[in-house]
Design a protein around this ligand. Structure first.
Ligand code: PHB
Length: 358
């Protein structure tokens, strides 16, 4: 073999991801499954689910609220109290016992909630009092002083995640939840230091990253963005300029990775093509590890890694129905199809009973 020939990389090539050594580049994307208990504490069924998927190079947990106000759906797990920390510890121990790695996704839904979910039936919180379409109510615009309280909640949640034995955390800044509501001008009409210019709209995100990286070290913190995803009534007047600015601010932070939702979620066509701006192009602006997401197959993911358009690829739906996805990719085995009826909430059915190979 000619030693000067580069070794071709694929999904099965190991990767040093910040401080974590991954055995492959197949990442389990964060997936809301609404199966924590009624107190938002993870259960043993949740532990089995994650343990079954520990052959992924990295698991990113479902969105996990940093505070009771951060929840938008029933039975999503939290990371703000000791019971939750203890339950997550069982999960991280089980994943580690299988040789896997797991990051916790830190989540605050902002306006994507409703009084029935919020403590004392209060309105949800958002940068501006602009309602998301659907069954939501008009949120209350956050006071300046309340913004620092939420940043403290991120810090506390990050400390709890450390105590629960995770390998790192992902800051959820995508899909129309609180941080994304600050970033995009369809949901942020503030006239103070948190609204208006790109720098102002990015301020909340950058402050969150500051406190979270102070707890974890930047090489154990990832971030997720979704520049053109309209889910949760999101819009921006110039997503290319906004997210180019954001990504330029991220490079010097030397995070573990940038996780990009490259299109429109809950859409069969993952409609990146409907926008002239391609979020995947932000990869060229970002100096660091890039994780691509949305609608990838084994073939398109391998192509992305071989051509260097991504270092890692995350898979969502495929990991719901194929707990042993890396093995199936390796052996080119048929994939189980995902039952959407059992996606959110419910029992073991459609959660931990998808068949394994063999
Ligand atoms: C969803 O429940 O559909 C959902 C939750 C969190 C996300 C995206 C989608 O980031």
């Amino acid at each position: 073999m000619n030693p000067s020939l580069p070794i071709e990389k694929d999904l099965f090539s190991p990767l040093q991801l910040g401080a974590t050594q991954l055995k492959n580049r197949i990442v389990m994307a964060p997936l809301t499954r609404c199966r924590a208990d009624d107190n938002n504490v993870p259960t043993d069924m949740n532990r089995v689910y994650y343990q079954q998927r520990a052959t992924a190079g990295l698991i990113i947990t479902e969105g996990t609220q940093i505070s009771p106000q951060g929840a938008g759906y029933p039975n999503t797990p939290g990371i703000y109290n000791q019971q939750q920390v203890n339950a997550w510890r069982q999960i991280t121990d089980s994943v580690h016992a299988q040789g896997g790695h797991i990051f916790l996704q830190l989540w605050h839904v902002g306006r994507v909630s409703y009084p029935g979910i919020q403590p004392n039936d209060e309105p949800s919180l958002a940068p501006s009092a602009i309602k998301a379409d659907g069954a939501y109510v008009q949120p209350r615009a956050l006071e300046n002083s309340e913004i620092s309280d939420i940043i403290d909640e991120y810090k506390h949640a990050a400390e709890n995640a450390l105590a629960a034995g995770f390998d790192g955390v992902e800051v959820h800044a995508a899909n129309g939840y609180l941080i994304d509501q600050f970033l995009r001008d369809g949901s942020n009409k503030r006239t103070d230091l948190y609204g208006g210019s790109y720098a102002n709209r990015s301020r909340f995100l950058l402050k969150v990253l500051q406190v979270v990286t102070a707890v974890w070290g930047s090489d154990r913190v990832g971030i997720r963005l979704s520049p053109i995803n309209k889910f949760n009534s999101m819009s921006d007047s110039n997503p290319e300029a906004l997210f180019s600015y954001v990504v330029e601010q991220l490079t010097p932070l030397k995070l573990a990775y940038l996780h990009m939702v490259e299109g429109q979620i809950h859409d069969e066509n993952f409609a990146e093509s409907s926008s002239t701006f391609k979020p995947s192009s932000l990869r060229d602006l970002y100096q660091g590890t890039y994780m691509a997401n949305l609608g990838y197959s084994k073939e398109s993911a391998n192509h992305a890694i071989k051509t260097g358009t991504a270092e890692l690829v995350s898979f969502g739906d495929l990991f719901i129905s194929n707990p042993d996805l890396p093995e199936r990719f390796l052996h080119n085995t048929a994939l189980n199809t995902t039952d959407l009826e059992t996606r959110y909430g419910g029992t073991e059915k459609g959660y931990i009973d998808y068949p394994l190979l063999g």
